[in-house]
Write a protein that binds this ligand. Structure first.
Ligand SMILES: [Zn+2]
Length: 304
């Protein structure tokens, strides 16, 4: 075969191979998209009770965003902000806000995937269902995921599967077995959503950090029901809380009643290392809490 014709044939073959590759890629992507869509369709649409103890509302998963925006965003003591993958948020936990056995919402986060990449919004990557019933400016949260950080006062006896025994022991010795339970909840997602929760002492010298999964708000929300069954929470004993609270003189201007906590949410724990907020930034963030934090990070409009 003449050299020119052979080269031409080779080029044509390469072109065909490339075309086939691209066609296969397109087919694979289409299949992937169909699978992801099916996963979202497979998510339960059954309503669940709002995890906040004092709220009696039963909420559909697709209505949780409107419920959070309407009822739990600007409540006293709740830190609220838009939240993005691997971007830390800081709250200050005041143990005085907790009552025994009553779930308290400490923070509401409107999770929007990777900051600056609207194509990664949870509703668009098939991580979660679209949020319905949003109007005016709040429509921008149609594809965000509402996440609540919860805390509840309980006792060590909550670990017991025998609930009758738990009640007996709480009655006998509950005041010496106090704990605080912390966890994050959201409408169920198609893929795991992780968070790291770091608790600091007053001087930011010691910290304790855990990685956990965001829980489904429609499953058990009473720590006494879920502590014996799973791991997705953090416990602090009364003695630990007292130790963390030890600090500067309350008359000191810098004194803030509470325990600094940092929350970082992410979908893939292996993708990029979690970047913690530095000591200086943490202090700055805490000084601004709660009002400036809400204004700076969540310029949410009230349409209600
Ligand atoms: Zn509620």
């Amino acid at each position: 075969m003449p050299r020119g014709i052979s080269k031409h044939k080779q080029q044509r073959d390469e072109l065909e191979i490339n075309m086939e590759k691209k066609l296969q890629e397109a087919k694979d992507n289409e299949q992937k998209e169909i699978k992801l869509q099916a996963a979202v369709h497979g998510l339960s649409r059954v309503p669940g009770k709002c995890p906040v103890g004092r709220c009696k509302d039963v909420v559909f998963p697709s209505n949780m965003m409107v419920h959070v925006l309407h009822k739990h965003l600007h409540s006293t003591g709740i830190t609220s902000s838009e939240m993005y993958e691997h971007k830390p948020a800081v709250i200050c936990f005041d143990p005085m806000v907790c009552e025994y056995g009553v779930n308290k919402c400490l923070a509401t986060f409107l999770f929007g995937g990777v900051e600056g990449k609207p194509q990664t919004l949870p509703g668009l990557t098939y991580l979660s269902q679209h949020n319905s019933a949003l109007f005016n400016d709040n429509r921008k949260y149609e594809n965000y995921l509402p996440i609540m950080m919860m805390a509840c006062r309980s006792t060590w006896y909550a670990h017991l599967k025998d609930k009758m025994l738990e009640r007996e022991l709480v009655g006998m010795n509950g005041s010496n077995a106090g704990i605080y339970v912390f966890w994050l909840v959201a409408p169920k997602t198609t893929r795991n959503l992780y968070y790291s929760l770091t608790i600091y002492d007053r001087y930011y010298l010691n910290s304790r950090s855990v990685i956990r999964l965001v829980r489904d708000y429609a499953s058990y929300q009473n720590p006494s029901d879920f502590i014996p069954m799973e791991q997705n929470y953090l416990l602090l004993r009364d003695s630990e809380v007292n130790e963390l609270m030890l600090g500067p003189n309350p008359k000191d201007k810098q004194f803030r009643p509470g325990i600094p906590m940092e929350i970082i949410i992410y979908e893939n724990p292996t993708e990029t290392p979690v970047q913690r907020i530095g000591k200086k930034k943490l202090q700055e963030a805490l000084e601004q809490l709660p009002d400036d934090y809400i204004r700076k990070y969540a310029p949410l409009s009230g349409d209600w």
